[in-house]
Design a protein around this ligand. Structure first.
Ligand SMILES: O=P(O)(O)OC[C@H]1O[C@H](O[C@H]2O[C@H](CO)[C@@H](O)[C@H](O)[C@H]2O)[C@H](O)[C@@H](O)[C@@H]1O
Ligand SMILES: O=c1ccn([C@@H]2O[C@H](COP(=O)(O)OP(=O)(O)O)[C@@H](O)[C@H]2O)c(=O)[nH]1
Length: 733
């Protein structure tokens, strides 16, 4: 990997205009503040929108802006009024943002917005493509650019693409409302690595991928044709050292060095030693739960009157997305609530809420973090919430209490905070009381744990982990490509085939010779497959064996009339071309009455699943079940079988959407070796798709041509991507 470039809607700097003077200042918002600390280490360029309307500025000014950004290793993508209106305020912030934060009633579904969203995503992708060279990596960020990964990948297949979503990924029940849901997932799947803040967002994404496309997902890898896409969770951190050292500096400042805000804070505490400050900081966004927070604070003053005059809530609401109607309405609602509460509980020398509708420079933020006794962070939904982490990092003596909504991604890492439900005013009021009366020792103990975690997994570690995984994704992909049977490799294998004199060919059935069907009995051979087998078996140098987990009656019926050997039930039964069925190993099935009821219990609890009974094994099939539930139950069933069956000599095998229980010591590898029986074959080939075939790949001689169908890790020497690819290889023989 050479350089790593960043693409995001907002650049880490915004334009500051004072008269004719233009300069850059830090952007607000978690993505920009977090990534700003790291991007220059990657040697690439940060591509994004400078935050202004290009229709309102002259070409000369645009050039000046470009130059300023270039100096910071940033490249600007300019957006005109229509694009800002329909792409940024429209599809990004009137459709995706509310929908992904579960505000479904706020979400607009507007075709014109969608068209511009696509066009602007293409604009960002084109800007990136212009910069990217083969071997580079690009890290695309967030919900405004969900289509960019695929747009880049389709033009630049040799660039590694990462994507990180900073907001929640909602459950399928909500995501499915989006008319363009398939296009959005398709756009994201252009990435080689997709990151989320939490495991919940990740599993919601997998569930959407499965339900909308039916793609195979194994652990955290999605397999699509010749590509492997990894999804994982990476909870974003902050620049811990920066907050901690600046907080230390604040505590050392002399009076003359202090800011106006700092002096005001000192004055507040000096007026009465009993006084306490509660801090609330966010962009003014309806997802942040600001009205609920205010009513809960009012409830606290009502329920605990002894704290009136003694506790003040400092509320910093940073202006955000002001052109979007729901934000305007929120502003009005918050203004009114603050007025009402201050009117109800304020006195001549006590204002319960100090309300700032603006952003503050970094040093003021640090002063607030280090002065406030409690941080009240109560979003109704939040992808992560970095303010919570910044507060903790700035508490140099480990005092202070964090009250945190369980609906923020950050809550997953902050078990020691006072976790609250953000719409439960009563509970929040009681937690404010608990926070203000918490003994210092308890504060310190809770804060220390949180701090250690934030210090360990800071923004550098977060980015490093993501980049490490991006490299891993690249190497998994390369590993597949290295084993893949290319056209020239296929020719070599065919040449070797023609040069040989005695050949043994083992072919698995389901997922290898025939594609999976919802109902296994529907997967019978079609004409093309009959022709392939006929052609292979008509060559007298070939000994062809279908080696499958299927029962013997089915395969005998399906391949009647072919000169093919059959090994069934993973190696229990063998039938040679002109022979009768014989058992390759002695097994008993007196364990079945114990196992059947366990499986039946799972059939009852998992709609769509069913049991198949073979002579020497029982199989629980869940291909027809709801995919997530099927996976979950499959894991439960494995667990349950393991605990119940430890005394029997049984094996639990996980195939493709099946759990199979069979007597131990039987597998395709043992069967294949017995079958070969030391005969002098000079060409041995085995093809299979699931892990039951891995036994065969492992046992066969080293010079055997072993081929795995699919992208999963394998002992086989080669890989092909699909049943079609297997068939086309066999057709050449
Ligand atoms: O660019 P804006 O429209 O002004 O919005 C600011 C940013 O808000 C969102 O931040 C998210 O990212 C944070 C860091 O991962 C996370 O802590 C927070 O929960 C998210 O809401 C948005 O995702 C960014 O794209 C915006 O730039
Ligand atoms: O006046 C302010 C208020 C906040 N922030 C920063 O804005 C970010 C907010 O990120 P968060 O993840 O909490 O929420 P988001 O706004 O991204 O949804 C934090 O890094 C804050 O330090 C800022 O730079 N100036």
């Amino acid at each position: 990997m050479q350089k790593i470039h960043i693409v995001s809607n907002r650049l880490p700097f915004s334009i500051k205009e004072e008269g004719d003077e233009i300069s850059l200042e830090a952007s607000v918002g978690g993505l920009a503040t977090g990534m700003k600390s790291i991007y220059k280490d990657y040697g690439g360029t940060w591509i994004g929108w400078p935050g202004i309307d290009s229709d309102t500025i002259s070409d000369a000014k645009q050039q000046k802006i470009n130059n300023l950004f270039n100096k910071e290793k940033c490249a600007s993508v300019h957006l005109n009024s229509e694009e800002i209106h329909l792409f940024y305020e429209g599809f990004s912030n009137r459709t995706i943002w509310p929908l992904f934060h579960y505000f479904t009633q706020y979400a607009d579904f507007n075709q014109a917005d969608w068209e511009i969203y696509k066009a602007v995503n293409q604009k960002f992708a084109d800007a990136a493509i212009e910069t990217l060279e083969d071997g580079d990596a690009v890290w695309v960020h967030d919900y405004q650019l969900l289509l960019v990964p695929d747009m880049i990948k389709s033009k630049k297949p040799n660039v590694t693409v990462g994507f990180f979503l900073h907001i929640p990924f909602p459950s399928y029940e909500v995501f499915r409302m989006l008319p363009w849901r398939k296009e959005i997932i398709q756009g994201m799947l252009g990435a080689d690595l997709i990151g989320f803040h939490t495991y919940d967002y990740e599993r919601h994404f997998f569930s959407c991928v499965r339900r909308l496309f039916g793609y195979e997902i194994s652990f955290n890898q999605i397999h699509i044709d010749e590509r492997i896409i990894i999804a994982d969770s990476f909870p974003m951190g902050i620049d811990y050292e920066k907050f901690m050292t600046n907080a230390q500096n604040v505590s050392l400042k002399s009076v003359s060095e202090k800011s106006e805000l700092h002096k005001e804070l000192d004055k507040y505490f000096l007026s009465s030693p009993e006084r306490k400050l509660i801090l609330s900081i966010d962009r003014l966004d309806y997802t942040k739960g600001i009205p609920n927070r205010l009513t809960a604070f009012a409830r606290f003053l009502e329920k605990y009157p002894e704290f009136r005059q003694k506790v003040t809530l400092i509320m910093l609401a940073v202006p955000s997305r002001g052109q979007v109607d729901h934000y305007q309405l929120l502003k009005k609602e918050v203004d009114e609530l603050v007025g009402q509460i201050n009117g109800a509980y304020g006195t001549i020398n006590y204002t319960p809420i100090w309300y700032f509708y603006r952003s503050l420079p970094f040093n003021n933020l640090i002063e607030l973090y280090s002065s406030c006794d409690v941080a009240l962070i109560t979003p109704v939904r939040d992808g992560m919430n970095l303010v919570a982490k910044e507060y903790v990092a700035s508490r140099i003596n480990n005092t202070g209490v964090l009250i945190l909504s369980e609906m923020a991604g950050v809550a997953k890492e902050m078990g020691e905070a006072l976790l609250i439900n953000p719409v439960d005013d009563e509970d929040m009021a009681d937690n404010i009381y608990q926070a203000l009366t918490m003994p210092i020792e308890e504060q310190k103990s809770r804060m220390t744990y949180m701090k250690e975690r934030i210090q360990r997994y800071d923004v550098f570690k977060w980015a490093n982990e993501f980049v490490k995984s991006l490299k891993k994704a690249e190497s998994i992909q390369n590993d597949f490509l290295a084993k893949r049977i290319t056209k020239s490799l296929a020719e070599k294998l065919i040449d070797k085939y023609h040069d040989s004199k005695k050949r043994a060919i083992f072919l698995d059935y389901d997922g290898t010779l025939a594609p999976f069907k919802k109902n296994p009995q529907d997967a019978k051979p079609d004409d093309e497959l009959h022709d392939i087998i006929k052609n292979l078996t008509s060559n007298e140098l070939n000994t062809v064996t279908i080696i499958s987990g299927r029962d013997r009656y089915t395969l005998e019926k399906w391949f009647a009339g072919h000169k093919v050997n059959l090994i069934c039930e993973h190696g229990v039964w063998l039938k040679t071309v002109n022979g009768d069925w014989e058992m390759l190993t002695t097994v008993n099935n007196n364990w079945m009455p114990n196992v059947r009821p366990i499986m039946e219990h799972f059939v009852d609890r998992t709609p769509g699943s069913f049991i198949e009974e073979k002579n020497y094994s029982l199989v629980w099939h869940y291909r027809k079940a709801e995919p997530d539930q099927g996976e979950l139950r499959a894991n439960e069933l494995k667990d349950e079988l393991n605990t119940h069956l430890s005394n029997h000599n049984l094996e639990i095998m996980e195939g493709n959407k099946v759990i199979e229980v069979k007597s131990g010591g039987i597998n395709k590898g043992v069967a294949a070796l017995k079958f070969l029986n030391n005969e002098p074959y000079d060409y041995i080939m085995a093809i299979g798709d699931d892990w039951t075939d891995e036994f065969m790949f492992r046992e066969l001689p080293e010079d055997a041509i072993t081929i795995k169908v699919g992208m999963k890790h394998t002992k086989a020497a080669y890989k092909v991507e699909s049943v079609d690819a297997v068939r086309s290889l066999l057709q050449k023989m």
